[in-house]
Design a protein around this ligand. Structure first.
Ligand SMILES: [Zn+2]
Ligand SMILES: [Zn+2]
Length: 256
């Protein structure tokens, strides 16, 4: 830890992202022992090959019910599922939800470092060439001051020692937030929500760093996978070989 970071931590002690208890000022992983044993982590070994949720006893073939439905869904004659799979650090229940909402709506940008560390701990560096995040619209970034997914993605890249590539896919317009939207509705809503950015820089990045490469795509929460698969489609259409998703949390879905 740098001297500057030490001073910052001394003045503003790190706090557990789940319960806000003050942690020792040299702490990088801001999860206290009590929360660490209570948080519903998703383990890489016992989770769904699709979304990353811990598997239930009646889940067959290494996939949860929801991902089995998704693997049969198509749009315009092509499969909806474009990412190889998603890895989630934890299940999206009460405490992880408070952390995600804190980062998004209460300006708790300090959560991003521990969230990134939790995601990175679930991954193997050698499987990926670079890190990209799910983009946010310009209006939202201007309103919030930052894109939460980008903040997490930069931390994941740092911990894995991979390059983070920014502003390569852009969000075209705000997608209507429908709380009760079914999976099919979510896929229809975000189908054309993203596109590749334009310009010489982007072309250079595509040629040198994305074509034929394995990209790690970061977002805060995986729910139906609609957003992630839509971004993955744009990347794959530009020549990326494979896209793997990684999120801080995964939402258990009822089959819809
Ligand atoms: Zn705690
Ligand atoms: Zn699943």
């Amino acid at each position: 830890m740098s001297i500057r970071q030490n001073i910052i931590n001394w003045l503003y002690p790190p706090r557990c992202i789940f319960c806000d208890i003050v942690m020792p000022y040299t702490t990088l992983f801001c999860v206290c022992d009590e929360c660490n044993s209570a948080i519903p982590y998703a383990s890489r070994d016992y989770c769904c090959d699709g979304c990353g949720l811990p598997l239930l006893e009646d889940d067959v073939g290494g996939m949860c019910k929801s991902c089995r439905v998704l693997s049969r869904m198509t749009e315009r004659g092509e499969p909806c599922k474009r990412i190889l799979r998603n890895y989630g650090a934890c299940v999206y229940d009460f405490y992880p939800k408070a952390v995600v909402l804190g980062l998004k709506f209460r300006h708790r940008a300090d959560y991003a470092s521990t969230m990134g560390l939790m995601i990175a701990a679930n991954l193997r560096r050698e499987e990926y060439d670079c890190v990209v995040c799910v983009p946010s619209t310009l209006q939202r970034i201007q309103k919030r001051g930052y894109n939460p997914a980008e903040m997490i993605a930069r931390e994941v890249a740092k911990y894995l020692g991979l390059e983070y590539i920014n502003e390569i896919v852009i969000a075209k317009a705000e997608v209507e937030q429908k709380q009760a939207a079914s999976r099919q509705e979510r896929y229809d809503l975000v189908r054309d929500a993203f596109e590749m950015a334009e310009g010489k820089r982007v072309q250079r990045v595509i040629e040198r760093k994305l074509k034929g490469k394995n990209v790690l795509l970061i977002d805060d929460v995986y729910t139906t996978g609609a957003t992630m698969n839509s971004v993955a489609r744009v990347l794959i259409d530009s020549g990326v070989k494979d896209v793997t998703g990684a999120t801080f949390a995964v939402t258990p879905l009822k089959d819809n």
